[in-house]
Write a protein that binds this ligand. Structure first.
Ligand code: PXG
Length: 443
């Protein structure tokens, strides 16, 4: 390894996101390059990527087709203003994204992140009801332990206490929350969707009785909650949410920032779980995370209601970002979606899912393991917390895995796995063998 490359840069100026800054800077972990299933650290160690970066690099790292598309686009049209102007690639990308969405959700709005997609979807939901003369429908229902990014809107409907605490008084008003669906006492070690818990969707009727349907604009949930520790929807739960929202004229939004583009073995969780919402938020794997990008897919009637409420020549939705439809993001998106199709990566994820499930459930009985949850190519392993030190055990397991050459993600005392969809069977074994070894070596 080139000695110069092992030099650690000055770390002080950067305020790192969602990071224990002081802890990190005392013992930094730097990634220098990536290819396929592997990262290379700054000191030249190869690390198997067990979480697709941050649930986003579905096709594996630095894929030539995507790299070339971005490079070519940067040299051809680096930037185009998205307001009252357009460029061909954004229309082409929208058509390709729409083709992967459930039938009817074929109007696409581009953003730059999951957080922006969520705020955009919430604003569209309110605009829709207003366009129909029901402007009093402003309340939005989220779910406890839900993660919808870090904008004030997403924070308002989000349900992770520590993320909300600092801004509690200022998060978006007019929200309420369904209960989380995880119940380890009832459903520990479920393979795939737990049998227990569909009735938790009935809580929505309670919230409708409390607030009245005429005041509720939308319900937003992750069909499978990732960030809070891989919470799998119980059998029948999403169907019930769909039924109750439809009955009361409430829009249903699926936040598929993690689940869209193959993670569960289909283009969307909606397709995989056979429940169609009214809006879908996306980001991450939409362009293999090669350039920041997000999107919202909107049911055509919702789009049309908003568009037709404004006279010709008027801007129908006063919303958008300087980088909506950014040429580099669009080029990466088109190349990525072509790659997914050519290499049949969504099908591959579906085919690998049983092997992945068997491998992760092989950790049952390993030290501290109190629950294992999985769906598609996602798994969570929940550990018993060390008394008086919640989160410490998973953090140490994460460090140990890294030392042993595998990158995993942890939240609280839950280890999360979401490898690129190109992972091999041998690498699946390597991933979970390493986790077992790590758990055996920590206290
Ligand atoms: N919604 C969902 C469902 C997400 O998972 C966002 C919105 C926000 O996306 P942006 O692009 O604004 O970050 C996310 C993001 C983790 C982790 O450790 C997950 C996310 C972000 C950071 C960490 O699981 N997901």
């Amino acid at each position: 390894m080139d000695a110069a490359k092992t030099v650690i840069p000055d770390l002080e100026a950067l305020w790192m996101p969602f990071t224990a800054n002081r802890q990190y800077k005392a013992a930094p972990r730097l990634l220098a390059s990536a290819s396929g299933m592997y990262y290379t650290t700054h000191d030249g160690r190869k690390v198997l990527d067990g979480c697709a970066g941050l649930w986003c690099v579905a096709a594996g790292h630095s894929r030539k087709e995507i790299v070339d598309a971005i490079a070519q686009q940067a040299a051809t049209l680096d930037y185009a203003p998205p307001f009252q102007m357009g460029h061909p690639l954004e229309f082409e990308a929208a058509t390709k994204v729409a083709a992967l969405m459930p039938k009817g959700l074929d109007r696409i709005f581009f953003t730059n992140s999951g957080s922006e997609s969520v705020d955009t979807a919430l604003k569209i939901a309110l605009a829709y009801h207003r366009a129909r003369g029901e402007g009093q429908r402003t309340r939005i229902i989220g779910r406890e332990r839900g993660y919808h990014g870090v904008g004030f809107g997403g924070l308002g409907v989000g349900g992770i206490g520590p993320n909300r605490k600092m801004w509690s008084a200022n998060v978006m008003p007019g929200t309420d929350h369904l209960p989380a669906t995880l119940n380890i006492a009832e459903a520990a070690f479920s393979k795939g969707q737990p049998q227990w818990g569909a009735h938790l969707a009935d809580d929505l009727e309670r919230l409708v009785a409390l607030h009245d349907a005429s005041n509720i604009a939308a319900v937003i949930v992750e069909p499978m909650a990732g960030s809070a520790g891989v919470l799998i929807p119980p059998v029948g739960y999403l169907e019930k949410l769909r039924e109750i929202t439809s009955k009361h004229g409430i829009l249903l939004i699926f936040d598929e920032v993690i689940t869209a583009f193959g993670r569960l073995g289909a283009a969307t969780a909606a397709e995989r779980l056979k429940v169609t919402p009214d809006l879908i938020t996306m980001a991450k794997a939409i362009n293999n995370a090669a350039v920041p990008m997000g999107a919202v897919a909107v049911r055509r009637e919702v789009h049309d209601a908003v568009i037709n409420a404004t006279p010709q020549g008027g801007i129908e939705l006063p919303h958008g970002y300087t980088y909506s439809g950014h040429p580099l993001a669009m080029a990466a998106c088109i190349a990525t979606l072509d790659l997914y199709k050519r290499d049949k990566l969504f099908e591959r994820a579906a085919e690998l899912a049983p092997k992945f499930e068997a491998a992760v459930h092989g950790l049952r009985g390993a030290p501290y393991v109190k629950d294992i949850r999985n769906l598609g190519l996602v798994a969570g392993v929940e550990l018993e917390s060390r008394p008086g030190a919640p989160g410490a055990r998973a953090y140490e397991a994460f460090l140990k895995c890294l030392e042993l050459g595998v990158l995993v993600r942890y939240t609280g005392d839950i280890l999360a796995f979401s490898p690129p969809l190109i992972i091999s069977e041998a690498e699946i074994d390597q991933l979970f063998d390493t986790v077992r070894q790590a758990l055996q070596s920590i206290q």
